[in-house]
Design a protein around this ligand. Structure first.
Ligand SMILES: Nc1ncnc2c1ncn2[C@@H]1O[C@H](COP(=O)(O)OP(=O)(O)O)[C@@H](O)[C@H]1O
Ligand SMILES: O=C(O)C[C@@H](O)[C@H](O)C(=O)COP(=O)(O)O
Length: 335
């Protein structure tokens, strides 16, 4: 029995919801931001990156979000179009908002950080009115990213998207994508994350992100199985907990669990691992693969992106991911 049911009659495969931003990745790597002089501009924002990843894997994709009425906003829209992503539900915000910027600092392959400029950003102005029931209804799956829950009206827009998805049998993927700087308090954060997670079919997050959601629980210490099983009483069929270079673990509602291996990488920077893993993993599940096969595909996609300078632009094609898997067949790169 399939854990997830993707309605093959729907004309779109996948819709990303939420943040469309710009990444400015340091060109002079292995030095602190203070000494970095030049940056390369890429489309960014976790759900944008994942949707670009899905489109590179030939999934028919669209996006629901707001962009700023500025040069950066137009750059994002054009890039999505160039990547075959339907932008009919990407709205230009005319209220004077700006594009969210993420400056990345690459001090070493393992010491990377992000400096965010997110005051008055267009993505958080997404309104319930922007969310079309008809559009969501015609997709096999949607992806919600937690950062869009941080502020109204984007928060309400996401809950409406979740409601439409559930009503029309659209599979909901939830990438926790917790960015502390967008939130007011830990209690507020945990409250909205938990409310959203209840409505999702697949929940993907790092151990630290799930710990944030469990702030109000009385657990002594974090435990992946305890984390996962709570969600099977709601709508979840699969819960994935990512552990960075140690790989990942997935629990399924049917009681099975799967350990995800990692692939060796010539790491340039660590960010982008989660977004590329998500794209590869979701692709595998949508193809009807077994959970561990989808995890392997996600890990191989991540190894490609962390070996590259960008997140969005480095999202791999099927052939690229397949070639990494073939190259490492039989070697034990796994945890
Ligand atoms: N150092 C690494 N080498 C190879 N693969 C990695 C490395 N770090 C992360 N990955 C891959 O990317 C996945 C997601 O990474 P993780 O760091 O947990 O997520 P996030 O980027 O969301 O914090 C991991 O499960 C693993 O497959
Ligand atoms: O999500 C953002 O706003 C920034 C991303 O575009 C950025 O490149 C990044 O941090 C990706 O993060 P990850 O995939 O969760 O590691």
């Amino acid at each position: 029995m399939n854990l997830l049911n993707f309605d093959q009659n729907k004309k779109l495969d996948f819709i990303g919801v939420g943040r469309l931003c710009v990444d400015l990745n340091a060109n002079e790597i292995h030095r602190p931001m203070e000494e970095t002089m030049t940056f390369t501009k890429y489309v960014g924002g976790s759900p944008a990156n994942i949707t670009i990843g899905m489109s590179r894997l030939d999934m028919k994709s669209g996006f629901i979000g707001r962009i700023a009425d500025d040069q950066m906003g137009r750059f994002i829209e054009q890039y999505l179009k160039n990547n075959n992503i339907d932008t009919s539900n990407v709205i230009t915000d005319k209220s004077g908002t700006v594009t969210g910027l993420a400056f990345t600092e690459i001090k070493s392959p393992t010491d990377c950080s992000i400096l965010m400029y997110r005051d008055n950003v267009a993505d958080l102005k997404l309104e319930p009115n922007d969310v079309s029931e008809e559009y969501i209804k015609q997709s096999k799956a949607i992806l919600i990213s937690g950062t869009a829950l941080a502020k109204s009206p984007s928060r309400e827009a996401v809950f409406l998207a979740l409601q439409y998805a559930r009503k029309h049998g659209v599979v909901v993927f939830f990438d926790i994508d917790y960015r502390p700087y967008t939130w007011e308090s830990e209690q507020e954060t945990a409250t909205y994350y938990n409310l959203a997670a209840e409505k999702c079919d697949v929940i993907i997050g790092t151990r630290e992100e799930f710990d944030m959601m469990e702030k109000m629980e009385l657990y002594d210490k974090s435990d992946d199985w305890i984390t996962a099983k709570k969600w099977f009483d709601y709508n979840a069929k699969i819960v994935v907990i990512k552990h960075g270079a140690e790989g990942s673990i997935a629990y399924a509602k049917d009681g099975k669990s799967y350990t995800g291996s990692i692939f060796p990488a010539k790491i340039v920077k660590t960010f982008g691992a989660g977004d590329s893993y998500a794209a590869g993993f979701i692709y595998g599940l949508m193809k009807g693969w077994k959970v561990d096969t989808a995890m392997e595909f996600g890990s191989a996609a991540a190894s490609i992106v962390i070996s590259s300078h960008s997140c969005s632009d480095a999202m791999p094609t099927y052939e690229q991911v397949h070639s990494v898997i073939e190259t490492h067949k039989g070697t034990s790169a796994s945890t």
